[in-house]
Design a protein around this ligand. Structure first.
Ligand code: SF4
Length: 286
């Protein structure tokens, strides 16, 4: 059995921020060494994977980030990179020359959940690509929609429409773990509120860039995630409770079959829409 064409890879559990809406990985999870990463990318490439989404934590926190990117390219895999952007200019060349789609966060029209400088840095990156004429990745903006920014979405759309954005992804806040769970009351929005707001953003901006929304229910058993220590998990949401279910290690024999047994195919197909839209390619092989 094959792996799915798109894998979400948490390159590191470390992050330089402590956002109040974060449901990222536990920072005690150990990161794999470069040699282990190489084995994994080779395995995935041979197993039918086409694209890897590098996420974290913050992927640019890894000292060997540039090396990891080169290894992924060696195995002819497409790279989506989701970063908070703070360390972008330390890696600009490798990103501009190798990353296919760069994901950057915008939480508010003038500030950020990350740190006081982050908003300005993300705008600086967008300005950089607006003025750059040689090779650039496609750009997608990521906004986690919370009770605090749900009424600011229109202003965010107005802000980003002057940049070369290919896609705006709106993600419903998920009180999964860590800070996100602690701040559930303060940040949680209902599915209905989320749907309404994303529909109006679609109406307002769909002629300018593509818009994809990911509601809480869309995440249920939809993704193939690899943690930074090599464990594979699937995100489960019962409606009352959401959690990450570890299903084994990436080097386990038959791990892809275990995933296929648990995953919901219709949700998986929906989860790769933005990859397909951005690459103009059908990626679902089952
Ligand atoms: S939301 Fe992103 S930037 Fe913020 S702490 Fe979590 S991983 Fe780091």
């Amino acid at each position: 059995m094959k792996f799915p064409a798109v894998i979400h890879f948490q390159l590191t559990s470390q992050c330089n921020n402590r956002c109040r809406h974060c449901f990222g990985p536990d920072k005690n999870i150990l990161d794999m060494k470069t040699e282990e990463l190489e084995k994994i990318f080779k395995l995935l490439s041979l197993g039918g994977v086409k694209n890897i989404l590098l996420t974290g934590g913050e992927p640019l926190m890894r000292d060997d980030f540039d090396v990891a990117v080169k290894i992924i390219k060696k195995y002819d895999l497409g790279i989506f990179l989701d970063t908070n952007g703070d360390l972008f200019f330390n890696h600009e060349k490798i990103i501009s020359n190798n990353v296919d789609v760069l994901g950057l966060p915008i939480d508010f029209p003038k500030t950020s959940y990350r740190n006081p400088q982050n908003f300005k840095t993300v705008i600086k990156i967008l300005d950089f690509y607006k003025n750059k004429h040689s090779s650039s990745p496609k750009l997608r903006i990521l906004t986690t929609v919370t009770k605090e920014n749900i009424d600011k979405l229109f202003d965010i759309g107005e802000l980003i429409k002057s940049y070369p954005i290919d896609l705006w992804k709106l993600i419903q806040f998920l009180p999964l773990r860590g800070n996100a769970l602690k701040n559930k009351k303060r940040l949680e929005i209902s599915q209905l509120e989320f749907n309404k707001s994303t529909q109006s953003m679609n109406k307002a901006f769909k002629k300018i860039f593509k818009i994809i929304s990911v509601g809480r229910e869309d995440r249920n058993k939809a993704y193939f995630f690899i943690q930074s220590n090599g464990e594979v998990f699937i995100s489960v949401d019962t409606g009352k409770k959401c959690y990450n279910q570890i299903i084994g290690h990436i080097f386990d024999r038959g791990i892809e079959e275990r995933w296929h047994k648990l995953a919901l195919l219709s949700k998986y197909k929906k989860s790769i829409r933005d990859f397909e839209e951005l690459l103009n390619r059908n990626l679902c092989t089952f």
